[in-house]
Ligand binder design. Sequence first.
Ligand code: MG
Length: 369
Amino acid sequence: MRIARIAVTRHRLPLDPPFRPSWDFRPRRHFDATIVRVATDEGLEGVGSGDDMLGFEAHAHLFLGEDPLRVERHARILANIQFHYGRCWPLDLALWDLAGKIAGQPVWKLLGGRADRLSLYASSATLRDSGAMAEAAERYLAAGFRALKLRFHRADWREDIGALEAVRARLGDRMTLMVDCNQGWRMAHDDARPWGFKDALAVARELERLGVYWMEEPLHRADRTGMRTLREATDVRIAGGEMNRELHEFRDLVEARALDVLQPDAALVGGITGLRRVAAMAEEAGLLFTPHTWTNGIGLAANLHLAAGIADPPFVEFPLDLPEWGPERRDFMLAEPIRADGAGTIVLSDAPGLGIRLDEERLAATRIG
Ligand SMILES: [Mg+2]
């Protein structure tokens, strides 16, 4: 069986009302998705999405005519393309979807089948005032979620603590709470400085007082010494790594003892092929591996299969912040958006590959390239 064709298409969903995630001060009025399809000479097709695949077209010939199941070979080519040009890891997701369809098995089983059900944490995005945050937290709890991640990105972190206190006061111990400080990276238009170590330490002490499960990206992604020192100074777990680009950065983070929780995203770095190595590394080092997954329904599906197949973490990220952000927008390319069950969990199915089906009509209607 050979790879006969690779097609990349671009799609744009208008967002009205706009979406205002905490890490981006410009309201988002549309949501773009790049879809890659890899087809074999025997008529099977795998699908991937996540990054924009910029510059891929000039390199498609490096995969055409090859055996699709040689994923380690293909991942090395993708790593070379990333080094010289852009990130094209969605092709790796498509190859795993295809491998599952060839085998007639779901990806999570091909990866080892460690867990057939995952607990999700609701990953919120917008900054609301304290009362509205507490109301929102009640709604997550009523929907069955047992864990919730809040954003810290107000002008002064003391205001963030105020919102967290309101949520904790409302919920008591009924939900596990995480906090994402989003100091590891910035949007292209944002030149704000990340927190310094003393700010991060002061916040960590407040999070410790409020019983927070993990503190995510408290410092710039390159400040391994700062994260290690913070980790040693607090009981709160330190999480990070969502935007690190190279697999060796995770080796360095592990060796530096900088993090308790590793959060790479298969749709953005390394694909499933690369991140299964990071998951194994985390396990050997006694760290949690639970992927970041803030792209779209296809990226989410890939990270769920990866987490279930190898890692079985206590919680996996589930982007959800109604009314602004939910399965209909996030998964607009899927015929059936991915939903949590009433217990805040998701059961991995036996459908071959990533178990997703594209909404071709929607894709045609939203196509921009
Ligand atoms: Mg994050």
